[in-house]
Design a protein around this ligand. Structure first.
Ligand code: PEP
Ligand code: MG
Length: 319
């Protein structure tokens, strides 16, 4: 264990002034995990579990899920693994779930709402995650949470499944902050979860009311918009005030220029694509917390995404 800790020390990422920032990777399949580790990822900040559910006629069994999660956990060799529960609905259609046809799927039964609509699907997934060894390597994160009762419903299911399995130790449970209401109500959520992970893709889509898949809006669905940054600031501040940590797993975390702003807002974990881990680490290592906080304050007071981009390129013209 000591040898392992020593060999991992070089992989740990700190700012130049010594603040620990975990740089982890987003994964969408077991194969991704090996590439992420090879690139220096300190774990997984978002395993998109949809890969197990898409392109098939029935939901994967508990055993099948367990085998896949265990493979990812083993490939990460003890590094933390955050598994996001199924984020079906909207663009990710699973006919066997029998969801009703919707005229407005982005605002319909998706994310955690699907899991509450089909509790057996969510319970099966929770049991599979709880059975991964060693217990504690996995953390669980819930997508598209909009109201506190959704978090409580999942918490209750998780506690029940944990008891069924005879597991008395709690497991870390996080909320994805990707619906504006979760950021606005972050002080309430922070009291009942262990961490936040900001999903900037959906948070931007829902804050600006701009479809993230619409090619005509692609340039304007910009996570650097100060409206989005202010919501991130609010969530991170609420987490810190309640002794919780905040990560970012949306696309913004993979942009090196976003690191100073996010760290300045209080984020301590960045989950990037496997390919961008080295660049993001290099950026983090060049920063001081004081400078990040100054840049973040300035960014929050800008009037538009363009103004934030101008500000950041004036500080880092070479990036
Ligand atoms: C996000 O919304 O930022 C996110 C990480 O989730 P996904 O892109 O899978 O919706
Ligand atoms: Mg999302």
């Amino acid at each position: 264990r000591l040898a392992l800790a020593k060999s991992r020390a070089a992989e740990d990422c700190h700012t130049a002034c010594g603040r620990r920032i975990e740089v982890v990777a987003n994964l969408a399949s077991p194969a991704d995990a090996l590439l992420a580790v090879a690139n220096g990822a300190e774990g997984c900040g978002l395993l998109r579990s949809e890969f197990l559910f898409l392109n098939r006629d029935t939901a994967p069994s508990e055993e099948e899920q367990l085998a896949q999660y265990q493979t990812v956990a083993d490939s990460l060799e003890g590094r933390p693994l955050i598994i996001r529960t199924l984020d079906a609905g909207a663009d990710k259609v699973l006919p066997y779930l029998g969801l009703p046809r919707e005229t407005n799927p982005a605002l319909g039964l998706r994310g955690v709402r699907t899991g509450i609509w089909k509790p057996e699907t969510l319970r099966t997934q929770l049991r599979a995650i709880l059975r991964v060894q060693p217990y504690g390597q996995c953390r669980i994160m819930v997508p598209m949470v909009a109201t506190i009762d959704e978090l409580r419903t999942v918490r209750t299911m998780l506690d029940e499944e944990r008891r069924t399995l005879g597991q008395d130790k709690p497991i870390s449970l996080g909320v994805m902050v990707e619906v504006p209401s979760a950021a606005v109500m972050a002080d309430v959520f922070a009291k009942e979860c262990d961490f936040f992970s900001i999903g900037t893709n959906d948070l931007t889509q829902y804050t600006l009311a701009m479809d993230r898949m619409n090619p005509h809006l692609a340039k304007r669905v910009d996570a650097f918009d100060p409206a989005v940054l202010r919501l991130i600031a609010q969530a991170a501040a609420a987490a810190t005030a309640n002794g919780r940590w905040t990560g970012v797993c949306g696309g913004l975390a993979s942009i090196p220029l976003a690191a100073p702003v996010l760290i300045g807002l209080g984020v301590t974990e960045l989950s990037t694509t496997a390919a961008t881990v080295p660049e993001v680490k290099e950026m983090v290592r060049s920063l001081s917390l004081e400078r990040c906080q100054a840049v973040a304050r300035e960014a929050l007071s800008q009037e538009s995404a363009e103004a934030v981009h101008r500000l950041l390129s004036s500080y880092w013209p070479e990036v």
